[in-house]
Design a protein around this ligand. Structure first.
Ligand SMILES: *[C@@H]1O[C@H](CO)[C@@H](O)[C@H](O)[C@H]1NC(C)=O
Ligand SMILES: *[C@@H]1O[C@H](CO)[C@@H](O)[C@H](O)[C@H]1NC(C)=O
Length: 205
């Protein structure tokens, strides 16, 4: 009897996991599952909107190189950490990106005002959705904070918010959004892998 109950509970869980690409199983014990499912289920769409807007809100991306090298190592490190740390990292990244634009003087940019506004709204929305899912009050990632501070100092602040420095920031932002996308995809992949190794899949009926 007890065995049967356990068994069907497992089936319901596995069914839900299948529906939500395996992530519920992965996160259910540490976070606010329902709100995380909301975020994960909307993520691809939201991320697509942000990436589309940043690409079309201005002209072609600049060929200039950023004076601050991209933190590939930090992303590689985050890939090896636990899900909760990864979610906090994504939330903080979105927050740093939002603050760059929100606190900066945008008067020199030639971007489409309405698309730029929508882009910032899309970042803000993702950040807000994710904040509802991540319960952790873990202290912020110092390396990430230093990186964004250095980035702002060596581009925007150094040139008093020149148009060229904003173009660099836009290009670097796109790179970050792409890497966050890769990170979320790798989280999905590990969740799917842990689902496969946790037992046989339920039969459809
Ligand atoms: C967004 O989604 C559309 C439709 O699926 C796709 O054609 C496009 O390449 C995507 N854009 C980005 C930046 O991922
Ligand atoms: C923003 O920058 C412009 C020049 O690009 C300057 O004229 C304006 O005063 C600045 N605004 C603020 C609030 O600093």
């Amino acid at each position: 009897m007890l065995h049967t109950v356990k068994h069907s509970t497992a089936h319901i869980l596995i069914f839900t996991m299948t529906t939500w690409t395996g992530l519920l199983f992965f996160i259910s014990s540490i976070l606010s599952p329902a709100l995380c499912i909301d975020w994960f289920s909307r993520y691809s769409h939201q991320s697509n909107i942000s990436l589309t807007l940043i690409s079309i809100m201005g002209g072609p991306m600049t060929d200039e190189e950023s004076p601050v090298s991209f933190p590939y190592k930090l992303y590689r490190h985050i890939r090896r950490t636990e899900v909760q740390t990864q979610l906090v990292f994504i939330r903080e990244s979105l927050n740093h990106i939002f603050e760059l634009y929100h606190c900066g003087n945008l008067s020199s940019v030639t971007w489409d005002t309405s698309k730029t506004h929508h882009f910032l709204q899309s970042i803000h929305r993702q950040k807000t959705d994710l904040s509802k899912c991540v319960l952790s009050t873990k202290s912020e990632n110092g390396r990430l904070k230093n990186y964004y501070r250095r980035l702002a100092r060596k581009t925007l602040y150094r040139t008093a918010f020149s148009s060229a420095s904003w173009e660099l920031i836009r290009k670097v932002t796109e790179q970050h959004l792409e890497h966050l996308d890769l990170l979320v995809n790798s989280m999905r992949a590990s969740a799917a892998a842990s689902r496969r190794s946790s037992g046989p899949r339920p039969q459809k009926d």
